[in-house]
Design a protein around this ligand. Structure first.
Ligand code: BES
Ligand code: ZN
Length: 457
């Protein structure tokens, strides 16, 4: 009889055509114009979960985008996996930098290119297909599984926190599994034990009631665009250290063993820099690049908007200036505390020649776990079997804020088993997913269920 793994091998082309259909839905949660697509994508996700044999498939409405739920609970003595993913994607701008259209998935040199390929539809689909292979070939799963696929991760999981708190009993499980992160490097699979948190803001400055002729009025009023750059320059010193008073107070210092473990990872700084196209790497002094990205907090300007930016010249004093800024946070920083420190400092350094409005867009807690629990060890064995290499342990700079909610509310250990690659352009033009990692990921996922199934429930 054909085995689960044979079935996965012979289904390769079908997986790509089905994934192409999933990737064709522009489920951009940040853009209200795409609300219908987001709804359509939720329905597509639900149907895909149902087709592979998952039960109790539900589209659960929230005050925001629907959450897709499905389960398979027919292994009474085995543990229960709660699998979390997100079907929403990031906007595609700048569109002109895409080699092929973002919602027409295209395979080139072993990679599938499309918005959502790695973040996160491709990685969700990997588990859906692993479940399909197990159910189709053996009629059962070695574990119980509950799937929660949300549609607001890219905009801060606005309604998921409440959703999890309200359905504590329904979501009870033994372990949370997420595939929404990159592996350490090509050919270096990893298990991630830490994520940074986030505090994101919009700053609006207004100088005057309307744009002004810069000749007639230059010298009479402050220019909000200039004030904004002065204010932003007060956020960080030239050595990359954030200047918000109290910002570092709760930062958990890196332990020596952790620094040593980071230093042992096969990280090629020169290649990293060249790949990014940066003339020189930059960050907080006295920390290595991996330490800065994984274990130190940052302040970044995500976007600026003000004044005249068209072709040619226009002599104008803009009335308003806007910036989007965010801070990545590490244990034990509390997003709300940092947010207050930032808002207080911002008010203090903004002169009264402009009016200031600061809006908190979203916050998310950092997360870190011990990695000697039996579920993480089981995942290590599964990755070893699926990828032919023992995974390394890494932290990541990105954020999945609901991980700490799941931990707090449901008390679950988490396995972050990502098969993306650091250069797969998540959130950027030409997002892609390596197809052999996708394929090995399906195989490794079936091993993951098997290995977790061997632990007592
Ligand atoms: N897949 C990422 C999270 C991620 C990125 C994990 C890199 C590890 C490494 C996720 O979709 C994401 O982009 N999260 C947002 C969260 C934010 C909107 C609250 C992020 O990190 O910016
Ligand atoms: Zn993302």
């Amino acid at each position: 009889m054909e085995t689960v793994i044979d079935f996965i091998h012979t289904s390769r082309d079908r997986y790509i055509s089905e994934l192409t259909e999933y990737l064709a839905i522009p489920s951009i949660s940040a853009l209200p114009d795409h609300a219908d697509d987001v709804g359509r994508c939720a329905s597509w996700t639900a149907a895909a979960l149902g087709r592979v044999g998952l039960e109790n498939v539900r589209l659960i409405e929230t005050a925001g985008n629907p959450v897709v739920y499905a389960d398979w609970l027919n292994a009474p003595s085995a543990p229960t996996i709660l699998f979390y993913g997100h079907y929403d994607v990031q906007p595609v701008d700048p569109l002109d930098q895409w080699t092929s259209p973002p919602f027409e998935a295209t395979v080139r040199e072993g990679e599938i290119y499309a918005r959502g390929a790695v973040d996160d539809k491709g990685q969700i689909f990997m588990h859906v297909k692993a479940v399909e292979a197990c159910l189709k070939k053996t009629g059962r799963l070695p574990v119980n599984m509950k799937f929660i696929i949300e549609g607001e991760e890219e905009i801060g999981s606005t309604h998921l926190d409440g959703f999890v708190r309200d359905r504590k009993e329904d979501l009870a499980a033994d372990v949370l599994v997420i595939s929404d992160s990159p592996m350490f490097d090509r050919g270096v699979p990893s298990l991630c034990y830490g994520l940074r948190g986030l505090a994101y803001f919009q700053i609006d400055l207004r100088g005057t009631s309307r744009d002004l002729h810069s000749g007639s009025f230059g010298g009479a009023v402050a220019n909000p665009c200039f004030v904004l750059s002065q204010v932003l320059s007060k956020m960080k010193d030239r050595g990359g250290r954030v200047k918000i008073p109290g910002f570092y107070d709760d930062v958990r210092p890196l332990r020596d063993e952790e620094r040593e473990a980071f230093a042992r990872l096969p990280f090629n700084e020169r290649q990293y820099r060249t790949d990014l196209g940066a003339p020189k790497l930059f960050g907080e002094r006295d920390y290595t690049t991996l330490e800065r990205v994984w274990a130190r907090p940052t302040f970044e300007v995500n976007g600026l908007l003000s004044g005249f930016t068209g072709d040619g010249a226009k002599t104008v004093i803009p009335a308003v200036a806007m910036a989007k800024v965010s801070m990545r946070l590490v244990p034990d920083q509390q997003p709300d505390t940092v947010a207050e420190l930032f808002e207080t400092y911002l008010k203090k350094v903004t002169p009264n020649t402009v009016t200031l409005e600061v809006t908190r867009l979203h916050v998310g807690k950092p997360w870190m776990t011990e990695f000697d629990n039996p579920f993480v060890k089981a995942a290590g064995r599964a990755i070893d079997r699926g990828f032919g290499r023992t995974p390394v342990f890494n932290r990541e700079g990105g954020s999945i804020p609901v991980v700490s909610t799941f931990q707090e509310v449901l008390g679950l250990p988490t396995v972050l088993f990502g098969v993306g690659l650091p250069d797969e352009n998540a959130h950027a033009p030409n997002e892609k997913l390596n197809l052999s990692n996708f394929h090995n990921g399906i195989i490794a996922s079936t091993f993951l269920y098997e290995e977790i199934g061997k632990l007592s429930g």
